[in-house]
Write a protein that binds this ligand. Structure first.
Ligand SMILES: *Cc1c(COP(=O)(O)O)cnc(C)c1O
Length: 397
């Protein structure tokens, strides 16, 4: 099969393998080498002046990157059909904050999903507030009801779907349709699904954000973020990014590219393992609820089914009663799960989670445990968790 341009049609896995590998960046090699540099040398003053006119993906000064960073950025753009471009950031949080700075001005109001990643909330309630930008939090399940929250000052709506820690799935197409009509910018933290399971730009999002630290890097050894913008917001994103001096080292970008090439096979395995474990947890009496978008009991499951092409390896479960000590007994004794922040690497992780909320109170039968399911054998992870639930039941009494 061919597309309009006569090229062979490219599915997601094919695109991940080929994207960003322009010959002028890779030379004779498969992967682009690590190009390090700060100063760029010009043949003449005239050339120097000419280059200043457009620096995107052209040698200008180290802060604008080299082919190593351009290759990864270009690949992430290709994963979002219709996108204008991508910029890289030294962390996912830097990507979130720069995207917000790019679109907001003093006096504006931002609508932020109540289930947003905690440091995203902290930026809104701290720096944005100091700069005269108001944040109002909305119910992740609000859907088209967002229309009732808009005011004359609403400049942007920030989405994260599924939400951090509690995994509610948002009605993204309903929200972006309303935002488009009213000239409001939409930003999505798409770290959980990545473009592979949810291409954001084709679904009406203006700026899509990835904490590449997670699945893109995939090996728990690099901090990295990205923002991909559509045509309408690409210039504003570039201006803010350059003005704030955001830059990623070529070594980190190189590791990001290396991770990206295997994203499709890794995500399939994360998905299969996580689903096996989530379904097993549902059968356990110590577990009140499993919060996993692919399970029918998850708030917004129907939307996940309608809009997403898959589910990744991060989810949570609510314990049946018990106190913090009982939850800690479960977690501390696990052998195969590391206790630590972040996720998206090849190894399983666990944290106790206590969701911060302001729009909708979080009510649950017990405390919350978040799991990142890695690439181990699922039955081994289940055995580890089974022993953990036994410890929990004993401590709960
Ligand atoms: C981890 C995470 C971030 C931040 O990424 P860092 O690279 O750790 O700064 C942003 N959003 C979500 C949903 C995350 O899980």
């Amino acid at each position: 099969m061919s597309d309009d341009s006569g090229r062979i049609k490219r599915g997601n896995s094919t695109r991940i393998v080929h994207a960003g590998r322009r010959k002028e960046w890779t030379g004779a090699l498969v992967n682009p080498p690590v190009w390090r540099g700060s100063t760029v040398l010009y043949d003449s003053v005239a050339e120097m002046r000419e280059r200043q006119r457009d620096t995107h993906h052209r040698f200008y000064y180290g802060r604008r990157g080299t082919p190593t960073q351009w290759s990864l950025a270009d690949a992430l753009t290709e994963m979002e059909p219709g996108a204008a471009g991508t910029l890289l950031y030294p962390s996912g949080v830097a990507a979130v904050t720069t995207a917000l700075m790019a679109v907001l001005n003093p006096g504006d109001e931002l609508l932020m999903v109540d289930s947003a990643y905690e440091p995203t909330r902290a930026f809104c309630d701290g720096i944005l507030k100091r700069y005269g930008i108001t944040t109002r939090y909305y119910d992740p399940l609000i859907g088209a009801g967002i229309a009732d929250m808009l005011s004359d000052r609403t400049r942007a709506i920030f989405l994260e779907s599924p939400g951090s820690l509690t995994f509610e799935v948002q009605d993204i197409p309903a929200i972006t349709a309303i935002a488009r009509e009213r000239g409001i910018v939409t930003l999505l933290d798409n770290t959980w699904a990545t473009s592979l399971f949810f291409p954001a730009i084709p679904n009406g999002i203006d700026l899509t954000i990835l904490a590449c630290t997670k699945y893109i890097v995939g090996h728990s050894d690099v901090m990295l973020g990205s923002v991909t913008a559509n045509d309408a917001h690409w210039d504003a994103l570039r201006r803010a990014t350059y003005a704030l001096g955001q830059h990623v080292s070529p070594d980190d970008a190189w590791l990001g590219s290396r991770g990206l090439r295997t994203l499709s096979v890794r995500l399939k395995q994360h998905e299969a393992n996580a689903l096996a474990i989530a379904r097993w947890l549902e059968t356990r009496p110590e577990v009140a609820r499993v919060l996993h978008p692919a399970l029918e009991s998850c708030p917004g499951h129907d939307l996940w089914k309608r809009d997403f092409a898959g589910s990744s390896g991060l989810f949570a479960f609510v314990l049946n009663g018990g106190d913090d000590a009982a939850r800690t007994a479960l977690i501390d004794g696990l052998e195969l799960f590391g206790i630590g922040f972040s996720w998206g690497g090849y190894e399983s992780l666990v944290i106790p989670a206590d969701p911060p909320r302001s729009a909708v109170k979080w009510v649950a039968e017990g405390s919350l445990v978040r799991l990142q399911i890695g690439l181990e054998d699922a039955e081994d992870l289940i055995a580890d968790l089974a022993a953990g639930l036994d410890r929990f039941a004993e401590a709960r009494g």
